[in-house]
Design a binder for this molecule. Structure first.
Ligand SMILES: Nc1ncnc2c1ncn2[C@@H]1O[C@H](COP(=O)(O)OP(=O)(O)O)[C@@H](O)[C@H]1O
Ligand SMILES: [Mg+2]
Length: 263
């Protein structure tokens, strides 16, 4: 190939890379063997550094969709692309499940270090990274405790720290704060935004809580029956209780088919 042609090729790759969404689900469908499809020709693009919240009723396919995005399930049709490739490197994806899934017999610090210790013996730098995350999440003094000695909110923070340890560019969060009281949930939501924005992480966040979706999401999509029925671009000026926040919550409620309460 001539130098000129090489140059043109390199430029095209750069342009394509810049245009390429970080995570792209292209007409993805999925059916558990012997069952009707749980995800139906769903297309979704997640730009770098953004938070996309999926809100929908229980059973509409949210967890299945996250597992497809993580590469834990393979689509029966369509394709999932992470930076243009099939997701196959677990270090690229941090997953937080609905229940914190901490290991009872490991200390808080060792739970956070788990993604490393599954691969190799943790080094001092790994321990420093774990402790720094615990510090950022207000758990510096809890590193040697065990999960049973933590509150629900603290356990959620440990699960978040564990998912962030390897600095994955993509975080997939499956109703991670559903079991928390409203005050703690708000605190952990703010922690999540601060940490993800600080690291430029891209986040797909599943919830059935409309206010949570609107507070966290740069974009909110309503999911029903395995498909995205509507998406809202919110930007970042929708702090809790502001008119923009209330208006966005109303729109999402309507898209979910919920009636406004009458006086
Ligand atoms: N392993 C499975 N085999 C068959 N059906 C499943 C399996 N896991 C989930 N489902 C079904 O797929 C649908 C979507 O499940 P899920 O993605 O967990 O929903 P959500 O997270 O929105 O509550 C549900 O109807 C559920 O019963
Ligand atoms: Mg679920």
């Amino acid at each position: 190939m001539s130098a000129k042609a090489m140059g043109a090729w390199a430029m095209r790759v750069d342009v394509d890379a810049a245009d390429m969404p970080f995570l792209h689900l292209d007409a993805v469908s999925f059916a558990y063997p012997g069952f009707a499809p749980q995800v139906r020709s769903l297309t979704l693009s997640l730009p770098v550094g953004t938070v996309h919240c999926l809100v929908g009723r229980s059973g509409c396919g949210k967890t299945t969709l996250l597992k497809l995005a993580a590469g834990l399930l393979q689509p029966t049709a369509g394709r999932v692309l992470l930076r243009g490739h099939r997701p196959c490197d677990p270090r690229e994806v941090g997953f937080v499940f609905q229940s914190p899934t901490l290991l009872d017999w490991l200390s808080v610090r060792d739970n956070v270090l788990l993604p490393v210790s599954l691969q190799r013996r943790p080094q001092p730098a790994d321990v420093r990274a774990a402790d720094a995350l615990l510090e950022q999440l207000g758990l510096a003094t809890h590193a040697t405790r065990y999960p049973r000695q933590l509150s629900g909110g603290q356990q959620s923070r440990v699960a978040l720290a564990r998912a962030l340890l390897l600095q994955p560019p993509l975080l997939l969060l499956d109703e991670p704060f559903a079991a928390l009281d409203a005050i703690t949930r708000e605190e952990v939501q703010r922690d999540l935004l601060r940490l993800c924005r600080g690291r430029g992480a891209s986040v797909l966040f599943v919830t059935h809580d409309i206010a949570e979706a609107v507070f966290l999401g740069d974009r909110v999509s309503v999911m029903a029956d395995g498909a995205l029925v509507r998406s809202f671009e919110l930007g970042r000026d929708h702090g809790l209780g502001t008119p923009a926040f209330v208006a966005a919550c109303t729109q999402v409620r309507e898209a979910l088919g919920l009636e406004e309460a009458t006086a």
